[in-house]
Design a protein around this ligand. Structure first.
Ligand SMILES: Cc1cc2nc3c(=O)[nH]c(=O)nc-3n(C[C@H](O)[C@H](O)[C@H](O)COP(=O)(O)OP(=O)(O)OC[C@H]3O[C@@H](n4cnc5c(N)ncnc54)[C@H](O)[C@@H]3O)c2cc1C
Ligand code: FES
Length: 271
């Protein structure tokens, strides 16, 4: 990390891949590596416009190259979507806490993502697969509005063929070519038999999905301390100084973005 915490590292955009109509994956090459662990986020600068936080979607590690998968939402993300390989960007970080993988060890791990929420979870999933023997079953439940809105389509096919990863996909609305499940992502839990009381889960997606996903996991038997969620609150400094990202007693940038649900229960306006 730079000695000035606000000073971004010069970063070259190396590649851009379209995922859906409004989501792209950007391969970034910072001049100085940004080693990160699953769960942490970075602040990405578009020169002259500003910066925005993203959780890397690539495997955790040395951070010489990393990807972010970004949905077009406003100024920074809109400009990013217009950029081509070779563009100059900035990165600072990584910031925030990490998934406590020691607590995951030996247990079944269920990852539940909605829409672009699979992006930060892909980093976690790839991290788990790097140390596959440490965990019992790894189960991915992922849903999007339509088949076209699923991200990482090719990788989802590859993951579905692995025998040490269970993949459950669904879409809210089918199209002619889709022969998979139709229904919101929580319905995939009906297809998963497991001892939820001893398992852990990680959830990320739009607020409504986080809410109903968490309720469905509790209903399934997961305990609040074993449901981890990655919160995406509006941020500014990213380092616990400005208060923009406050949720109840926490600053998401400093105390999160990964929280066990047991820490968030009872906070008003959480969703
Ligand atoms: C820790 C963290 C990790 C994130 N990871 C990802 C990721 O992997 N992929 C991804 O696509 N997005 C991610 N986001 C969300 C992303 O940071 C915002 O979409 C981005 O900041 C929007 O910037 P903008 O300048 O394009 O939009 P702006 O012009 O700032 O705003 C566009 C609209 O979006 C709203 N908005 C801005 N930021 C957020 C936010 N964080 N949550 C909800 N609404 C917001 C604004 O109020 C406005 O209505 C993450 C956010 C956080 C905090
Ligand atoms: S973004 Fe400034 S305190 Fe969290």
């Amino acid at each position: 990390m730079s000695s000035n915490p606000y000073q971004p590292v010069r970063t070259r955009l190396e590649d851009v891949a379209r995922e859906t109509g409004n989501i792209k994956t950007f391969l970034l090459a910072p001049e100085t590596a940004l080693p990160f662990e699953a769960g942490q986020f970075v602040q990405l600068t578009v020169p002259g416009l500003g910066e925005a936080p993203f959780t890397p979607s690539s495997a955790p590690g040395r951070g010489e190259r990393l990807t972010v998968t970004v949905m077009e939402a406003g100024t920074v993300t809109g400009a990013l979507h217009g950029m081509a390989p070779g563009a100059e960007l900035g990165l600072r970080g990584p910031y925030g806490n990490v998934y406590p993988l020691d607590r995951f060890a030996g247990r079944d791990v269920l990852i539940m993502g909605g829409g672009v929420g699979l992006a930060p979870l892909r980093s976690l999933l790839l991290g788990l697969m790097q140390q596959r023997d440490r965990f019992a079953r790894i189960i991915l439940c992922y849903g999007a509005r339509t088949p076209q809105d699923l991200i990482y389509k090719e990788q989802l096919k590859e993951w579905s063929r692995l025998d040490n990863l269970e993949v459950h996909l669904t879409v809210d609305q089918s199209d002619g070519a889709w022969d998979g499940k139709v229904g919101v992502v929580t319905t995939t839990l009906d297809d998963v038999e497991l001892d939820a009381a001893g398992a852990v889960s990680a959830v990320c997606g739009p607020p409504v999905m986080m809410k109903f996903g968490t309720l469905a996991l509790l209903d399934k038997g997961f305990t609040p301390e074993n449901i981890y969620m990655s919160l995406e609150k509006n941020m500014s400094c990213g380092i616990g100084k400005c208060g923009h990202c406050r949720v109840g007693p926490y600053y998401v940038c400093r105390d999160g973005p990964v929280f066990a649900y047991s820490k968030l229960q009872g906070i008003k306006d959480l969703w």
